[in-house]
Write a protein that binds this ligand. Structure first.
Ligand code: HEC
Ligand code: HEC
Length: 294
């Protein structure tokens, strides 16, 4: 009996110490993330000319769709609560119009570039969950088109609450399993890409695949789920299922969310409603690029 009490106390002691260690680790992590999200950054101001031409606006609209601006910022770009959950927290994409709750009236082209190229707002505050590590790699023409499109979207009054990070996001961001702070991932010295290939083929596919690499990993070989509770991310190269598909099967999958084996992909896990809006040529280029990776 005495021995049992002793073991009991011993186990209790271990559990208590573990709880204390976890609590300390959690405080450390929260503190670290709070500090990093509050750190101001400063970058040389850049600007580009904004050609206001209807064909460029149209191209910008297409890019706003396929680059997910609409998916996150909402159909009218007036901001969206992307997620609100006790574990993950509340993640809010900004109202990008000049309406109430939106961007300041004097938000300039240089401010747009600061956000898209450096991942901070015009005061140098890090943007949370804004994939600027991807938009920073857009070509000058594409940046121009996106900015010109966004700037002419009608003002919409929509006041959105601030983001508030939950414990799971804090821990995942600390372990670098979630792209919370794109400002830390960007090579800020890289100049704007002068132009990108717009003809069908491997070069265009490689350029477009930047939008897939956040989830399918920079190697495009997939891996762990992007967030707890989500399916693992598949390999898009020759070594995955896609490597055995024809180009037509690949395009059909990205248009319908249904794979050749009949699996229906959930849009919340893989944004196929967004890939459905890529042009035939863009999807063909992606396929051709993936086929070059062993
Ligand atoms: C994965 C979701 C996501 C995608 C995709 C996305 N954004 Fe964002 N964006 C956000 C979030 C969240 C914020 C708010 C960040 C903050 O305030 O901390 C933001 C902020 C911004 C801001 C900064 C506004 C300011 O306060 O200065 C701009 C500009 C912007 N986004 C433009 C775009 C454009 C253009 C695209 C498409 C090329 C895009 N975003 C795609 C999530 C996204
Ligand atoms: C937000 C994360 C995310 C992004 C962005 C994303 N994917 Fe996916 N993708 C997934 C996940 C998760 C799955 C697995 C879904 C499932 O198993 O139901 C998947 C599945 C796929 C599949 C099916 C593969 C198979 O073996 O069944 C293809 C093809 C694919 N994605 C292509 C792309 C392409 C091309 C892009 C970029 C244009 C892209 N994905 C962007 C997360 C993403």
């Amino acid at each position: 009996m005495k021995a049992l009490v002793k073991i009991g106390k011993w186990i209790g002691g271990i559990v208590l110490s573990l709880a204390v260690i976890l609590l300390i680790a959690y405080f450390f992590i929260t503190n670290n993330i709070n500090q990093r999200t509050a750190t101001k950054h400063s970058f040389a101001t850049e600007t580009i000319d904004i050609p206001r031409d209807s064909s460029i606006v149209k191209r910008g609209e297409h890019l706003a769709v396929i680059k997910g601006c609409i998916e996150c910022h909402g159909e009218k770009l007036d901001g969206k609560i992307m997620m609100d959950d006790p574990a993950l927290g509340r993640l809010v994409a900004a109202n990008l119009t000049k309406g109430k709750g939106g961007l300041p009236a004097d938000y300039s082209t240089a401010d747009w570039l600061t956000a898209l190229r450096h991942g901070v707002d015009r005061n140098g505050r890090p943007l949370l969950f804004m994939p600027s590590h991807e938009t920073t790699l857009l070509s000058k023409q594409d940046l121009q088109a996106i900015i010109v499109y966004c700037q002419q979207v009608p003002a919409a009054d929509h006041v959105v609450p601030a983001s508030k990070l939950g414990p799971v996001v804090n821990v995942m961001a600390y372990l670098d399993k979630m792209p919370l702070l794109s400002v830390e991932k960007i090579d800020h010295k890289l100049p704007i890409v002068a132009s990108a290939d717009t003809t069908e083929g491997i070069a265009q596919g490689k350029y477009l695949s930047i939008s897939c690499s956040g989830c399918h990993k920079p190697t495009l070989k997939g891996g762990e789920p992007v967030a707890p509770g989500m399916p693992p991310v598949p390999d898009l190269t020759r070594t995955g299922h896609v490597g055995k598909w024809t180009q037509a099967q690949f395009i059909h999958t990205l248009r319908t969310g249904k794979t050749p084996s009949g699996h229906q992909i959930n849009n919340d896990n893989m944004p196929w409603k967004m890939t459905a809006q890529y042009s035939e040529k863009e999807l063909a280029s992606l396929y051709q690029y993936f086929q070059t990776i062993q």
